[in-house]
Design a binder for this molecule. Structure first.
Ligand code: 1C4
Length: 444
């Protein structure tokens, strides 16, 4: 019998042994793996099924989220429908939607076929992968933005995490398409990154993995960054305007996922055969892994927090959502501010202005970094302000707001008349801005 080449055998044995801790670690873990339609179009999905099969056989709970951009383009070309984008977002009119539906159907069928392969003499022999799809994504319309009606282009509103978990409990691989449905029965064309990120957060997944065009995130000299904290990734995005498109799209999603309970997010190349296994089962990996920060705390702000606060509030001031505060005024009033912080990174802020004569306080300058929204931080800042105002013995808390009115109503505030504002605040009321006033009684 011919002997296998000694070196290769040794390397294999060494590698297999070194992978044991990961094999233990990933059993029972939930991974959301996201990739563009290019993976199927370029014939790379078959190799990927081999790696998915390895994960499934190790009892990893696998959710696949696929894109369809090249397939939609192809359908549009065949039907003579013109593609229309505003920025990176497709405008989906009725004709485009019909192409989107066709493309999603084709992609799903082809992927299910490849995942069903069990040929002898192939890594898929005996795989028996069961694939589940369904209406797991509820979407809402993007609507009209800057005068452009995006039609059937949608954003994720809710993920049926319970439904997905049941399928995973039954040892099925869940395949999710970038389309969502609304309670009105409408179909919306969503982005794969939105669906994948929302799904990973809803499942509180162990990993969100994006297969990308590039090898991962790189520094200014083009060197691969193997590991980044959420804070470092945010800084990289803010500092480097010349990042490749894929990194610009997927890194913020990876940040958002890690900031909202996903344990790790990864960006790895779709072009390297076995990249998924290398990333998951070797110490150094092959792409970029994002790790969350240290625990979050709410505390009083100090002068050192001003740059972090400004970074969050400046764009909101420019949009007119927050009132512009002169920077020297901010310095003078920093004692009124409190922040939600993690590992030195300011995630959100608010200020509390007391009016002791009227036994009330104003909650102002409430803002959360967009990467960290929808994770309950706004609510924690509000609860902190309420507790502070209550401790001071105040009877009410009020806010002035132009665009966040429902957020406050849903949290126990009721609209109030200008006459109910403290006299000093009334005299400063900006009649051009016409902010609405909301007040909440504070139970002792
Ligand atoms: N309306 C209704 N719901 C909203 C909303 C809005 N504008 N924005 C977010 N939500 C919903 C989300 O959809 C989510 O709902 P779900 O999924 O739970 O059903 C929920 O709120 C998320 O709640 P959360 O606790 O996770 O909140 P965060 O995302 O962490 O933070 C903020 C909520 C509103 C703080 C955040 O979205 C944000 O930073 N928004 C931009 C800034 C903003 O609108 N801040 C509120 C300002 S009012 C001004 C000032 O300068 O002092 C103006 C004064 C004047 O004179 O006009 C204030 C107080 O700062 N006033």
């Amino acid at each position: 019998m011919p002997k296998p080449p000694a070196l290769k055998t040794e390397a294999f044995v060494k590698w297999f042994r070194s992978a044991t801790p990961y094999i233990h670690q990933w059993g029972g873990a939930t991974f959301v793996i996201a990739f563009g339609g290019e993976v199927l179009a370029d014939g790379e999905f078959q190799q990927l099924t081999h790696d998915i099969n390895v994960l499934v056989s190790l009892e990893v709970r696998v959710v696949l989220v696929h894109g369809t951009r090249p397939q939609v383009e192809e359908q549009m070309r065949q039907h003579g429908v013109e593609s229309r984008y505003v920025g990176a977002r497709r405008v989906t009119d009725a004709k485009a939607l019909s192409c989107v539906k066709e493309a999603n159907g084709i992609v799903r069928v082809e992927m299910e076929a490849l995942l069903s392969m069990e040929l002898a003499n192939s890594p898929m022999w005996g795989a028996d992968i069961r694939v589940s799809s369904g209406n797991f994504v509820t979407a809402k319309p993007v609507g009209v933005v800057d005068g452009v009606d995006f039609g059937h282009t949608g954003e994720v509103r809710k993920i049926d995490a319970e439904g997905i978990r049941k399928r995973l409990d039954d040892h099925e691989v869940v395949l999710i398409s970038p389309i969502g449905f609304s309670p009105t029965g409408d179909v919306f064309n969503c982005t794969l990154e939105d669906v994948a990120t929302s799904t990973a957060i809803a499942l509180q997944a162990d990993k969100l993995i994006f297969l990308t065009e590039t090898a991962g995130a790189t520094d200014a000299k083009g060197r691969l960054l193997s590991e980044l904290t959420v804070k470092q990734a945010g800084e990289l995005l803010a500092a480097n305007g010349a990042l490749p498109e894929d990194v610009r799209v997927y890194l913020p999603c990876a940040v958002k996922a890690c900031a909202n309970g996903v344990r790790r997010s990864h960006l790895i190349s779709r072009h390297v055969d076995g990249a998924l296994l290398i990333e998951l089962f070797t110490h150094h990996g092959i792409g970029t892994m994002l790790v969350p920060e240290s625990p979050e705390v709410i505390r009083d702000a100090t002068a050192e927090d001003i740059p972090g606060i400004v970074q969050i509030i400046e764009p909101l001031e420019q949009q007119g959502i927050l009132v512009r505060r002169e920077r020297d005024r901010l310095e003078g009033e920093i004692g009124r501010f409190f922040v939600i912080e993690s590992g030195g990174n300011i995630l959100g802020c608010a200020a509390l202005y007391p009016f002791p004569d009227e036994s009330t306080a104003e909650l102002a300058c409430l803002a959360v970094n967009p990467f960290y929204r929808d994770g309950g931080r706004g609510e924690r800042l509000l609860a902190f302000a309420e507790a502070r105002a209550r401790q001071a013995g105040f009877r009410t808390l009020f806010v002035l707001s132009t665009r966040t009115t429902h957020w406050f109503i849903e949290r126990g505030f009721a609209e109030a008349d200008i006459a109910r504002l403290p006299a000093r605040k009334q005299s400063l009321y900006n009649y051009e801005r016409r902010s609405k006033i909301f007040m909440k009684g504070l139970q002792p």
